[in-house]
Design a protein around this ligand. Structure first.
Ligand SMILES: [Fe+2]
Ligand SMILES: [Fe+2]
Length: 285
């Protein structure tokens, strides 16, 4: 398998999401054509999910939480974090169309253009900042990709569910039961999600944004729930309310590619002022 850079992997992963969840769904037949397994890009995405599904065990997630939720890696301003994240593209090929900052700004500018409140705009701007995990040397399969609960049975609604057979948790009678270590409708706050940029940025921001924004950060890659409704049995009433906001957020993440890329320099002061209203001067990663 050809080695791909984090940025290339990002693009492949996003392309895959758009194929799975197109803005204007194509008729069934056209959809099947996407499922061309000889396509080398698709093979790369498949291999990515194989590694993700095998390695994201319950114990692995608890270890990662211990390691990263100490926030002892870096203390920097928001804009330093944005620029740091952007170094992800430096060694990638020149014809990639969007860097990380532009994806963040396209998402947040589309939210702003629709007249949503400031916390929503800021949430859009922050949502992928957790990808700095890649720059701390973490492999892509524990930074990006769809997320899912660990500690209970994997839904077959998760992308490439067949790979879970090789996840050691699938052999464990407790971890492979419907509710696993959880109680029915205990609420997602009790549930550990596969480790990645969503949980990480949620934990960094959890004291600063309203809970609707926090849910967007924490669950934006949880497609098995917000698109497939596969985990209603773990959710409580509050979660269902919050997921209305996750649903509202998702199209801005997936479908906000603008014809003209946002002007980072011009927009920077607005986002620095916005951040100053909600966030401390520096953020701990
Ligand atoms: Fe993301
Ligand atoms: Fe995103």
């Amino acid at each position: 398998m050809k080695k791909v850079s984090p940025h290339e992997m990002e693009e492949l992963w996003e392309e895959d999401l758009l194929e799975r969840y197109p803005e204007n769904p194509a008729p069934e037949k056209a959809k099947e054509e996407f499922r061309n397994y000889d396509d080398p890009k698709r093979e790369t995405v498949k291999e990515f999910y194989r590694l993700n599904h095998i390695n994201q065990t319950y114990d692995f997630v608890l270890e990662k939480e211990k390691e990263f939720l100490k926030f002892d890696k870096k203390e920097i301003t928001l804009w330093e974090a944005v620029e740091f994240l952007n170094t992800l593209v430096d060694d990638s090929d020149p014809d990639t169309d969007l860097d990380q900052t532009q994806h963040l700004l396209q998402t947040s500018e589309a939210i702003r253009a629709d007249g949503h409140p400031e916390w929503f705009v800021l949430t859009g701007f922050l949502h992928d900042l957790g990808k700095v995990l890649c720059l701390f040397g973490e492999p892509q399969w524990c930074v990006v990709g769809d997320t899912f609960p660990v500690g209970c049975q994997h839904s077959d609604k998760i992308v490439y569910p067949e790979f879970f057979k090789q996840n050691p948790d699938s052999q464990d009678p407790l971890l492979n039961s419907k509710y696993g270590v959880y109680k029915p409708n205990c609420g997602l706050d009790q549930v550990h999600m596969s480790w990645g940029h969503d949980e990480y940025i949620y934990q960094i921001m959890k004291d600063y944004l309203p809970e609707e924004g926090l849910a967007m950060l924490r669950y934006h890659s949880f497609y098995a729930q917000h698109r497939e409704k596969a985990y209603d049995h773990l959710m409580n009433k509050d979660d269902h309310q919050l997921f209305k906001w996750v649903d509202k957020f998702n199209p801005y993440d997936l479908y906000s590619k603008a014809a003209v890329p946002p002007n980072v320099k011009e927009l920077r002061p607005y986002y620095e002022d916005l951040a100053a209203k909600f966030l401390p001067d520096t953020l701990k990663f």
